[in-house]
Design a protein around this ligand. Structure first.
Ligand code: F0G
Length: 519
């Protein structure tokens, strides 16, 4: 690629990315979209259909240009529905929150209530959760500090009244002791907060959320900008407790016992939240195990650490239930939703906060011009209505179509065991992982694998040869992900099967020249 400071000629909108896409043959321009199909323009001006398995990174559960959603959007615009009326009554936002509560309560089988904070994108919803949880943590630290200050005053009075003494091995005087306790507590309270998240996590690329994203290439250049996370291994029972023990801190408190002043340790809230995706998406399509999520749930409850369940990619019915967490019996103190909530046309995102944890003052501390606008809320409401229609037909379809697609991927793997290392996922959130080819005998294949863009070159070939759009997960480029809409047909599955078998045969039988960069 060209010098990093000299843009390729022409385009001024992220031209470097365009050059990368071009080298993989992925720089197609799409002019129309419907269902699972994107259309590009051919040389003679004709439309060429491309079967889309990327699905807007999981934003198109209901397909491109869903006719019901489009018709409703047109009505809203024709009626001149005010899109922007910030700082006024927003009944439609309340309706979205109520609908989400109803759906989640039904799925969890309880009556827990959640307040909703609206946002425009996934990362923004994650950051609203991060900020709310940090506001709550800060207030809990203040509450604890005030409680301790009250105890200190109380102990001082008792010492002054001769009702208690400071043992010599503790301190020379109550003044010395209080000064020491205050210094230690101030140092502890000044420690920056920490987030917890599993290895392989992806929660966005804004300044805060990118620190919860495991991929170092995305995260490290911006490390100085925001609070840090400790990444917890997904397959080591006990690892979470160990990390908490390494990092946890205490505030010192004073009590009087049997006429003697004693110093006791109180757990200082240091961890803002544990943030996790029930099925990790961008990190390679990994469903978290029940063992891991139950451990997270239990350990976080013991330490008063809120659990943020990021359902931005896995939620909205994609795995066959509204929340992927339902399969794991995982209960969030917070949930984040985005992507398909916008029905493929709006930028809608929401953060749900469990009522007992909610801090009302957050609403005056946090806002966004575009969040909670009527258009995206009303579209979100229509999306939820479609999902809930016919007793949850959309969820059933996601499960059934997903099973069918998964069976096909497994059949391909069975026939190409030396090429495909794994097939995994749930519902319409599936991944197919290729064996690493960076030590392959054939030089072209080795080169493609060594480029760090293996999946993108595979995607380029599939697009050129089969007119199908697939993408790898960008933090695990040997894994292709498939996130089509619930309207996926058997014929569309057959087409993908033919394309995957072709690619697998190329990798197994030839030197991989067909996957090489486009000149
Ligand atoms: N959380 C999850 C679980 C996501 O998958 C994503 C985005 C985000 C947060 C951030 O959302 O892009 O709207 O700000 N995932 C895309 C992907 C980018 O490639 O899987 P955003």
């Amino acid at each position: 690629m060209s010098d990093e400071r000299t843009a390729p000629e022409g385009d001024l909108a992220e031209p470097f990315l365009l050059a990368v896409l071009a080298s993989g043959g992925l720089d197609a321009e799409y002019v129309r979209a419907e269902g699972n199909t994107l259309y590009r323009r051919g040389e003679d001006g004709e439309e060429i259909p491309v079967l889309d398995y990327v699905g807007g990174y999981g934003s198109l559960m209901l397909g491109h240009s869903n006719p019901e959603i489009i018709a409703y959007a047109k009505t809203l615009l024709d009626q001149r529905t005010p899109v922007h009326a910030q700082f006024s009554r927003h009944p439609y936002a309340g309706d979205v929150a109520a609908a989400l509560n109803r759906i989640i309560q039904r799925e969890r089988g309880d009556d827990e209530q959640y307040y909703a904070i609206f946002a425009n994108s996934g990362a923004e919803a994650v950051e609203a959760a991060m900020k709310h949880a940090e506001l709550d943590r800060g207030l809990r630290v203040t509450e604890l500090t005030e409680e301790i200050a009250g105890h200190i005053d109380d102990v001082r009075e008792q010492v002054a009244a001769g009702a208690a003494t400071v043992p010599a091995h503790v301190a020379d005087s109550i003044d010395d002791l209080v000064a020491e306790v205050r210094t230690r507590n101030e140092a502890q309270s000044a420690r920056p907060p920490l987030f917890l998240t599993p290895e392989g996590a992806f929660h966005g690329k804004l300044a805060g959320s990118v620190q919860l994203t495991h991929n170092e290439g995305y995260r490290l250049p911006f490390k100085a900008l925001a609070a840090q996370a400790r990444f917890v291994p997904r397959d080591q029972p006990g690892a979470l407790r160990k990390i908490i023990d390494e990092e946890r801190g205490h505030l010192l408190d004073l009590v009087v016992e049997g006429g003697r002043v004693r110093v006791v340790e109180r757990d200082a809230p240091l961890f803002t939240a544990f943030v996790l995706e029930p099925v990790q998406g961008e990190g390679g399509i990994h469903e978290l195990s029940r063992e891991f999520t139950q451990e997270v749930q239990q350990v976080c409850a013991e330490h008063g650490i809120p659990v943020v369940v990021d359902e931005i990619q896995s939620g909205m019915g994609r795995t066959g239930t509204f929340l992927a967490a339902t399969h794991l019996g995982l209960r969030g103190d917070y949930y984040t939703l985005a992507k398909s909530l916008g029905g493929g046309i709006a930028k809608a995102a929401v953060t749900l906060v469990r009522k007992p944890l909610y801090r009302g003052q957050f609403e005056l501390a946090h806002s966004s011009t575009f969040a909670k606008d009527s258009f995206s809320c009303l579209i979100a409401l229509k999306v939820l209505e479609i999902m809930e229609a016919d007793d949850g037909e959309v969820y059933r379809r996601a499960a059934e179509r997903g099973e069918r697609l998964l069976a096909m991927l497994r059949a391909v793997r069975a026939d190409f065991p030396g090429v495909v290392s794994d097939v995994r996922g749930r519902g319409l959130m599936l991944g197919l992982e290729f064996h690493d080819q960076s030590a392959a005998d054939a030089q072209p294949l080795r080169q493609v694998a060594g480029s760090g863009f293996f999946g993108y070159f595979v995607a380029g070939h599939i697009l050129r040869t089969h007119r199908i759009r697939v993408f790898p997960t960008s933090s695990a480029v040997n894994t292709l992900r498939f996130e089509p809409s619930v309207y996926l047909t058997d014929g569309e599955i057959d087409r993908l099967e033919a394309a995957l078998r072709d690619v697998c045969a190329i990798i197994r039988d030839t030197d991989g020249q067909a996957l090489a960069p486009v000149a």
